[in-house]
Design a protein around this ligand. Structure first.
Ligand SMILES: Cc1cc2nc3c(=O)[nH]c(=O)nc-3n(C[C@H](O)[C@H](O)[C@H](O)COP(=O)(O)OP(=O)(O)OC[C@H]3O[C@@H](n4cnc5c(N)ncnc54)[C@H](O)[C@@H]3O)c2cc1C
Ligand code: SF4
Length: 569
């Protein structure tokens, strides 16, 4: 990333809170437009290439990639609730629960990482555009408030960010996930292709397409700036990619921002609150606590972008109390912290597809297939008992042939002998924005940094339950249609948060009385504060959301820049 400027300057043109997917994007856009920009990041410094386990094989890891029960209980009891997420190869990217506690009136699995790059290092890289089916749904169904934008407002910004990010995908002409600027897709393997064809014969509206992912299947140096390179299909992405082949803040946006000479990244800087100046009716700056020295420092800037992620942004804004805003900055609507959403999953099915025992494929591609939402997208697909829908992520792989107690030559022979393939898919369901689902601050209790204790109160409700049951049924139907045998389905309720797609705590809307942000992600109440992480989302859709945060971020920076040029900000 180049030199990190830790000078003593405290006045900047712009401050960005958080260096993850959306913060990195905001920083790059601001810096390339000439703004001296300070990125405040609560976690440690990480430069591209500092991925300690990226080149290790399982046998290089002292505990064969396992983390002891004792360590999980001490440091990751909430982070590892799903029992698969914390491993030896990635635990250094995961926030420790004992050092960063939160409370739950009802369970919320808040899974996150505190370091430069945030979750852009650990994300699954799936990228799907939203459509007007999503942007119009609240208005049509009388749910929550209307989105203040439509697809036409964001489409050029999807083009813009996809060009830079590099998204591998296949055009399908579907109205529910519009096609984008794609690099060549990771091909479906032979069994996935067969699955696509057989599903289409029975259910033409259910499309099995290669996962659309932020990987450079074609490296074009003129647009893929930063420290990027061609994807090698080694599928170890969650450890960090030394080739810079998938998009992250540390491989892409922050290096470009650094090259401008306008970027200052300050790690170990826990943002406590945004400071409000009642005379100018604007935010004057940001107060941090240095995580290593404990020093409290104020930084000032003309504009502030909040990108600490949905929940952390809500916490910072709720803690920014003043005479003008006693319930949190820009919270005259009372909606700050409310309408918390996530996608919900833990339901799906798998089955064995006979007939491909002698088929092979090469490489370890880092994605499988995606089946976009196919219910409630028009009159023909309308469901009687729930609104919105679900999509699936899945794949087909040869069943691992690794029997207990077999070693050496015998093991090699068994492992190398062909066998059947299994097709599996997990359903990702939309969650509605309920005012009652929220995160709030308990000012009577303090965390280890002296900040009020973050507390969750959110749950899935009736619409989600009905949608889940149908998602499982449709998965089984597709496997049956493809000729699978030994089909097994599951519907184990996960808590909100577990899908790691939190959204909605400072929603966009037309009306300052019912929403926190306007159509430009700008606070209705405080015009020089922009929120462009998942907090801004007015509904949750079914698509993985991060590419939408990036598009909204680039759009908001462009708007702020034009406002400043016009002397209005
Ligand atoms: C395993 C996994 C798989 C995922 N797969 C996908 C996927 O396939 N597709 C998809 O779209 N999304 C996926 N996601 C979700 C995706 O990572 C998030 O949507 C995205 O990272 C959110 O971006 P952000 O900028 O809002 O926050 P983050 O990337 O989380 O970054 C927030 C940053 O702010 C910092 N911060 C927090 N609080 C403060 C504070 N008080 N002061 C200063 N800094 C602060 C954090 O340390 C962090 O660096 C996945 C996430 C995980 C963990
Ligand atoms: S699959 Fe591609 S992006 Fe992932 S670690 Fe390998 S080279 Fe990097």
């Amino acid at each position: 990333m180049g030199d990190i400027n830790m000078n003593k300057t405290t006045d900047f043109d712009a401050i960005v809170i958080g260096s993850g997917i959306s913060g990195g994007y905001a920083a790059m856009e601001l810096c390339t437009k000439g703004y001296k920009t300070l990125v405040l990041e609560r976690g440690r410094m990480v430069q591209h290439g500092e991925y300690p386990t990226a080149h290790m094989d399982t046998w290089d890891l002292p505990n064969r990639n396992k983390v002891s029960l004792e360590e999980v209980e001490k440091h990751y009891p909430k982070q590892n609730r799903l029992n698969w997420w914390v491993n030896e190869d990635n635990k250094h990217w995961i926030a420790k629960d004992d050092e960063n506690p939160y409370n739950e009136d009802s369970r919320f699995d808040w899974i996150r990482g505190y370091h430069v790059g945030g979750r852009s290092i650990m994300w699954g890289r799936q990228c799907y555009r939203w459509s007007d089916i999503d942007f119009e749904a609240n208005l049509k169904e009388g749910v929550a408030v209307d989105w203040p934008i439509r697809y036409a407002d964001i489409a050029p910004w999807y083009d813009y960010v996809e060009t830079f990010v590099g998204v591998a995908g296949q055009a399908e002409g579907l109205k529910q996930i519009p096609d984008g600027v794609f690099l060549k897709p990771f091909q479906l393997n032979c069994v996935e292709q067969k699955f696509r064809e057989t599903v289409a014969e029975t259910y033409p509206e259910r499309v099995v397409t290669p996962g659309r992912v932020a990987h450079l299947t074609e490296y074009k140096p003129e647009v893929h700036k930063g420290t990027r390179g061609q994807c090698q299909s080694r599928n170890r992405c969650w450890r960090g990619c030394p080739f810079g082949a998938y998009f992250s803040s540390v491989s892409a946006t922050l290096p470009v921002a650094t090259e401008t000479g306008n970027l200052t990244v300050r790690p170990d800087s826990i943002v406590m609150e945004i400071l409000y100046d009642p005379s100018s009716k604007k935010a004057s700056g940001v107060r941090i606590k240095d995580a290593t020295s404990g020093e409290i420092i104020d930084f000032t800037a003309r504009i502030i972008f909040c990108n600490a992620s949905t929940v952390a942004t809500a916490a910072i804004l709720l803690n920014s109390r003043s005479e003008t805003f006693p319930n949190g900055l820009g919270n005259t609507s009372g909606e700050l912290g409310h309408n918390l959403m996530d996608h919900h999953y833990g339901m799906g099915a798998s089955g064995t597809l006979p007939g491909h025992e002698d088929d092979y494929y090469q490489g370890r591609k880092p994605t499988g297939f995606y089946i976009p939402r196919f219910t409630n997208i028009d009159e023909q697909t309308k469901q009687p008992d729930y609104i919105r829908g679900f999509g699936y992520q899945g794949g087909a792989a040869r069943i691992t042939n690794n029997p207990e107690g077999v070693v050496g030559e015998d093991l090699k022979a068994v492992v190398l002998s062909p066998g059947p393939y299994r097709v599996g898919m997990t359903c990702f369901g939309e969650m509605l924005p309920y005012h009652e689902n929220r995160v709030y601050l308990d000012f009577d209790q303090r965390d280890p940094h002296g900040l009020p204790m973050l507390t969750f109160d959110a749950k899935l409700r009736d619409n989600e339950m009905k949608l889940r049951a149908h998602g499982v049924k449709c998965a089984v139907e597709m496997l049956e249609a493809a000729g699978c045998v030994d089909i097994q389905s599951y519907n184990s309720l996960t808590a909100p948060g577990a899908c790691i797609h939190e959204m909605g705590t400072a929603r966009m809307g037309h009306d300052p009385k019912t929403s926190v942000l306007n159509k430009w992600n700008q606070m209705h109440d405080v015009p020089n504060v922009f929120v462009t992480d998942g907090a801004c989302m007015t509904s949750s859709g079914t698509q993985n959301p991060s590419i939408t945060y990036m598009a909204l971020t680039a759009r908001a920076v462009d708007y702020a820049h034009k406002q400043i040029q016009a002397g209005k900000l």
